[in-house]
Every structure is written in structure tokens, then in C-alpha cells.
Design a protein around this ligand. Structure first.
Ligand SMILES: [Zn+2]
Length: 199
């Protein structure tokens, strides 16, 4: 991991690089391979700066936990002007048995300027996002990359599935138009995923 991220309390999974043997000794929950210390378990890093020892405290045995860089699928549960709260139900290809709470701030929506979160997503939408921070067990998300954004959305007036059109997202049922930050994956095979997450 980069110098700036070397601290206690980081989520790590087996194989994650924790440091090199010139800097640290390998503590519980870690192993050494080719001079590099890796995590043996999924858990939380413990950095003993006094004794220069790195160890990993196991938190979960086999659960999937979003990592920095993970692509997650999440349902929008609450939207305010500058941020949205999402329930992460899928990490990569793995559907979770529960939810992790994710936060999407307006600054992480797009590489360009976004004036209002209500033009990005609405409650009930399904979004693909990238985890950019896992500090304090909060999962901060970004949808700035081109392949990320809303992948499923319903008309906020009548509840029909919205379709991308000339004037943003259009409802074929009532003619309503709404705005979203959509992913190119919009509308692709999402129903099945939603059903799985609710079972
Ligand atoms: Zn409608």
C-alpha cells in the first residue's frame, strides 16, 4: 500500500500488501513472501510503530467487504442537495447477504461540475459506483468514471422504468423527463440482480 495509507484500522483481505520486511516485522495474521508482508486474513491492520510490527486483526471470516477500488452495486436510499446515501448490496460479482451503507458526495459524481444531487439520482435507483475510501467503516463512493452511474431508474411520477432519450431520461408511460448520471450499463440485466438482493 502507498506510504500515505500506512496506518492502523485499514480493511485488508488475504494477499493485500502491508509493507516490506526492511520496515516491519510480520505479526499475527500476516505472512512474508519475497520480502513483502501480506495479509493472511480479512480484517483490520494494526501497526505497532514502536516495535515496527504489522499485524492483522481478523474481523470477518469469509464475508465480502468492499475495498478501496471495489466496484459496487447499490440502491439509493436517500438524496439531499449535496449527497446521497446508498445501500451497497453487491461487491464486484458477489451479492451480499446484507447491506453496507455507502455515501456519494456531489464532488464524487462526475469529473465535471454537478449542481444538484437530484439531477444525478433519486431514491430507489440502482447505481454502479467505485469505493474511494473506507475510513471509519464508512464507504465513500464515486461515480466519476465513465462506466459508472445509475443503471436502473423508475419514473418518480408513475413508477415505470425510465429509458435514456433525447431529453435525459424519459418515461414512455406518462411522458415525464428526468435527469440522471447514467452508466453505459443502464438497463442491462439489472432486474435479476435486484431480485437476488431481496431474497
Ligand atoms: Zn412516468
Amino acid at each position: 500500500m502507498p506510504e500515505s495509507e500506512r496506518k492502523s484500522g485499514l480493511f485488508v483481505v488475504p494477499g493485500d500488501r502491508l509493507g516490506v520486511i526492511e520496515e516491519f516485522t510480520s505479526g499475527p495474521g500476516t505472512y512474508v513472501e519475497g520480502g513483502t508482508i501480506h495479509s493472511k486474513v480479512t480484517g483490520c491492520t494494526l501497526l505497532d510503530m514502536l516495535n515496527k510490527q504489522v499485524s492483522v486483526y481478523p474481523l470477518v471470516k469469509s464475508a465480502t467487504v468492499p475495498q478501496v477500488g471495489s466496484i459496487v452495486t447499490a440502491m439509493v436510499s436517500d438524496v439531499k442537495n449535496k449527497n446521497a446515501v446508498l445501500s451497497i448490496f453487491k461487491v464486484g460479482d458477489k451479492t451480499l447477504s446484507g447491506f453496507f451503507k455507502g455515501m456519494l458526495h456531489i464532488s464524487g459524481v462526475s469529473h465535471g461540475y454537478v449542481d444538484n444531487m437530484f439531477n444525478v439520482c433519486k431514491a430507489g435507483d440502482i447505481m454502479k459506483a467505485k469505493v474511494i475510501s473506507t475510513e471509519n467503516r464508512s464507504f465513500f463512493l464515486s461515480t466519476a468514471d465513465n462506466d459508472l452511474g445509475v443503471v436502473h431508474a423508475l419514473c418518480s411520477i408513475c413508477g415505470h422504468v425510465l429509458q435514456p432519450g433525447n431529453r435525459g431520461m424519459g418515461c414512455s408511460n406518462c411522458g415525464n423527463n428526468e435527469r440522471r448520471k447514467t452508466s453505459p450499463d443502464y438497463g442491462k440485466d439489472i432486474t435479476r440482480e435486484v431480485e437476488q438482493s431481496e431474497s
